[in-house]
Structures are given as C-alpha cells and as structure tokens.
Design a protein around this ligand. Structure first.
Ligand code: SF4
Length: 344
C-alpha cells in the first residue's frame, strides 16, 4: 500500500487500484433458489423442525442459515425420530433415487421433493431411453448425489457411468446399436463435449437425450467466466468444495487465461499473501453460492484496494421455478431470504 505525506505531515494511505470483473449471471440458479424457498416456506407453514435429507444445496453457509431457522439436516430417513414423523422432510435439489420417496411412503412420512425440475427432466430422459430398449450411459462424477439420484431411477445394470474420455473409449456395450446417453447437469461443457465425441465415434447409433442435459445455469456461468478470465491476475469463484458447478468454474477460469484461479467459501479464505499486487480480479459464484458472500468478498477487497467494479453481463436469465402447490399459500418475503440474498 502506498503512503502519501501531506503538507501538515499527516500520513494517509493510498490504496492501489483494482478492477473487479463481476460476472452476470453468477450465483443462485432457479433450482437452488426454489429448493431454499421450499425449506423456508415449510418452516413458516409447519414450524420447526423441518427435516432435510442431505445438504439442500452444496453450500455450508446456506445449510447453517437454514439450521438457524429450524431445519434439521439428515442423511437417511431412518434418522427421523418416530415421534417426528408428522414433520415434513425435504429432498435436496440434486434429486434422489426412486427408493427414497418409496421409503418415505413406507415410513408414513410427509415429504416435499425439492429436486430441481431440470434434474427431474434428466431422470425422465434416462427413463425414456430405457423404455425404448436402450442401455443408458450417464456422463457424470461417481458419488455425486445427482448421479446417485439419476442412476437410482432405473433398475440396477440399466445405467453405466462414464466419468472420463478413457471410460468412453474402454466401455464395451452388450449391444452397440441400443445406447442412449444423458449427462449430469453441472459438468464442464467442454470436457463433456469431448466425452460425447469419443462415444459417438465408437457408437454412431447412440441416441442423445431430446434436450441438452447440462443446464442453462451451468452453461451461462461457464460462458461468463470464459469471457472475463483472459488477462485476470486472479480469479475467485465463490462456492463449496463439494459443489460440482463451482469447481468447474475454477477450471474454466484457469483454461481461459486467468493467472491464478481459486475457490473460496468466505472472505476469510482469501490468501492475501498470494494475492499480492493485482490489478484485475475476476469474480463469479457457483449456482449454490449466496450473493451475500459475493458482497462480503467485494467488501474485503475494498478494504485493501481502490476498487472499481465492472459488471460483465453475458446472459439474461429469466428462469423461475415455482414451489409445489402445497406451499404456495405461504407468503415469501424479501426478509425471509435476506440470510442468503442480503438486504441491498
Ligand atoms: S445448477 Fe442447473 S440443474 Fe442444478 S439446481 Fe441449478 S438449474 Fe437446476
């Protein structure tokens, strides 16, 4: 930081200039927004506790905010005490295998399914392939809840997971003429295109889903990062380490020419020593990262730099997924969502 000596010997600090290229769109997508709204509205309508199976979206800050409001996060339905069976249980935005709602019914639980409609669409596409006699190839990451949910729509053995181009090259189908593919919604557009190319080269008869499975929010956020990364001294993506779409944004920034690209959950994660003398910062947020953290990051830079924010608008998103009918009679106010959206 430079110092300026004034005539009366008073010393003031002159902050170095910093341009922040702020991506638009960034942060919450319509599916994440809807899932959080479902938990908030269920708490308003039915009172605490509301159980939530798995992190509703992959973000610690969101989970803790909902816990403060009375949500209880569980991994399995068996964790709900017998005397709480009347309390609602919400399924996360990533989707669940068919066995989960079936288990909820068997346990006589009242469940609210917050699966993103775009994930449900992929489930339907996978089921359609199977109905038409095709073996389903799911391009995605092993162990991700969305992949577990999509595989769990079909009987065991009906789906093969393809994680890499290597998998695409080594996979041996029973019938190469009866194949269909779908993808996880939050993959790298570029990597997925290479995997699909490799599969199509080997199995020209393979059928695509009727519509693109990588969702609009993933595509738009990657595109915005790609446009703002070239020449950036540092790129920060707000998001959690277990958020697939956030991690992809970090990779996209690096590939597109940012000198350094990092995932941060909070402003306290910024490694100031490494940041050093930068003049251009790229900033985006994964689809599960709240805007309030983006504000926090910008404020942290303002404390050290003379910041000017350049909004880089690369797409306009109008998607808005309504909550289920049973919650539509509850009013959702700006104050209800201030814990994630802030009050600005
Ligand atoms: S990232 Fe895409 S698929 Fe996932 S919740 Fe958001 S809109 Fe839905």
């Amino acid at each position: 930081m430079q110092q300026t000596r004034l005539a009366n010997t008073e010393v003031t600090e002159t902050k170095p200039p910093l341009t922040i290229r702020l991506c638009q769109p960034r942060g919450f997508c319509a599916g994440v927004d809807r899932a959080i709204q479902i938990v908030v509205l269920a708490l308003k309508k039915y009172g605490a506790p509301v159980y939530v199976r798995h992190e509703i979206v992959h973000n610690r800050y969101v989970v803790e905010g909902l816990q403060n409001l009375g949500a209880v996060f569980i991994e399995e339905l068996s964790e709900i005490p017998d005397d709480h069976r009347h309390c609602p249980v919400v399924f996360s935005a990533h989707g669940v295998p068919k066995s989960v709602p079936a288990d909820a019914v068997a346990r006589n639980l009242f469940y609210l399914d917050a699966t993103c409609p775009l994930v449900s669409k992929v489930h339907k596409q996978a089921m359609r392939h199977q109905r038409l006699g095709r073996h389903v190839l799911l391009i995605g990451h092993a162990g991700h809840p969305e992949v577990i949910g999509t595989m769990g729509q079909l009987p065991e053995g009906a789906v093969t997971l393809i994680e890499t181009e290597g998998d695409a090259r080594s996979f041996t189908p029973a019938d190469p003429l009866a194949l269909g593919f779908v993808t996880q919604t939050t993959l790298s557009v570029e990597d997925t295109a290479h995997i699909i190319e490799a599969l199509q080269e080997r199995f020209p008869a393979m059928q695509a889903a009727a519509a693109e499975s990588i969702c609009y929010a993933t595509t738009n956020r990657q595109e915005a990062v790609k446009e703002t990364a070239p020449g950036a001294d540092l790129y920060l993506v707000v998001g959690a380490p277990n958020s697939s779409n956030s991690r992809r944004l970090v990779e996209v920034a690096e590939r597109a020419g940012a000198r350094m690209s990092l995932l941060v959950q909070r402003a306290t994660d910024i490694p100031w020593q490494e940041v050093g003398d930068i003049t251009t910062l790229g900033l985006s947020a994964g689809a599960s990262a709240p805007e309030i953290i983006v504000d926090e990051i910008i404020d942290a830079f303002r404390a050290r730099f003379d910041v000017s924010v350049e909004l880089a608008v690369t797409a306009t998103e109008t998607e808005d997924f309504p909550v289920m009918r049973v919650l539509r009679d509850v009013e959702l106010t700006k104050a209800d969502m201030a814990f994630v959206n802030g009050t600005r």
